[in-house]
Design a protein around this ligand. Structure first.
Ligand code: FE2
Length: 229
């Protein structure tokens, strides 16, 4: 099993159990080269994507949440309460831990959407969530120990491990968990949840008024701001 590459949590973070919000999650435009999916796929120079941009797409992120004894982490528990995450399970994605590893990881990397939020709190290891930008380009988001990411319903995305082939995550759900992924096809393009996402997020980009463009950003900022302890 690979060792975590994440940095140690500071003394103050341990004391307060609050994430240091000033450090954004890492994201960049995906360079579609022939390299294996587990490579970073960055352009040279790298083309960073800001947290604001991710938020405009409806993606919520937090970083540097303490993972030790996460059951008692006040910040994490507040997220669960405020957002109604009332079911959870731990999943380890690694060759020796996940049954049918090859088949399952291939499936995770197929472009798909869900009819619910996808919520992952990373307990150890590193992986990549790729999400579609307004124009269809892939944005790669690095998710590592202490990161929490929420993808909105109806957003096309895919997942892969990084080259260390190890990620342990807490999967959170609102209500009864469903692990169904709808792989992209003409029918998923017209699913109600997809049309809702297109209309409420992607189509806003076509409007020139800044107040309209920033509607999703304001909503996601509010959602993230609600999680304080
Ligand atoms: Fe997914």
């Amino acid at each position: 099993m690979a060792e975590s590459t994440s940095t140690p949590v500071s003394e103050s973070a341990l004391q307060t159990q609050e994430p240091r919000k000033s450090i954004p999650i890492k994201a960049w435009y995906y360079n579609p080269s022939d390299a294996p999916p587990s490579e970073p796929h960055q352009y040279s120079p790298n083309r960073d994507v800001s947290t604001d941009h991710l938020q405009k797409l409806g993606v919520l992120t937090w970083t540097q949440i303490e993972t030790d004894q996460f059951e008692n982490n006040r910040f994490l528990n507040k997220i669960k309460t405020v957002r109604g995450y009332n079911y959870e399970e731990v999943l380890t994605v690694a060759p020796e831990a996940l049954p049918n590893f090859e088949e399952n990881t291939k499936k995770f990397f197929m472009e798909h959407l869900h009819d619910h939020e996808e919520i992952r709190f990373i307990l150890d290891g590193v992986g990549y969530e790729d999400v579609r930008d307004y124009d269809g380009q892939w944005i790669r988001i690095e998710i590592k120990k202490g990161d929490l990411i929420v993808l909105p319903p109806g957003m096309y995305h895919r997942f892969t491990l990084d080259k260390n082939q190890y990620l342990k995550a807490l999967l959170l759900y609102q209500g009864t968990p469903t692990r169904i992924q709808f792989e992209k096809n003409p029918e998923t393009d017209i699913m109600e949840v997809r049309l809702d996402y297109v209309q409420s997020v992607l189509e806003l980009e076509k409007h020139s008024a800044p107040e309209v463009q920033d509607k999703v950003l304001a909503a996601t900022t509010k959602a993230m701001g609600a999680i304080t302890v």
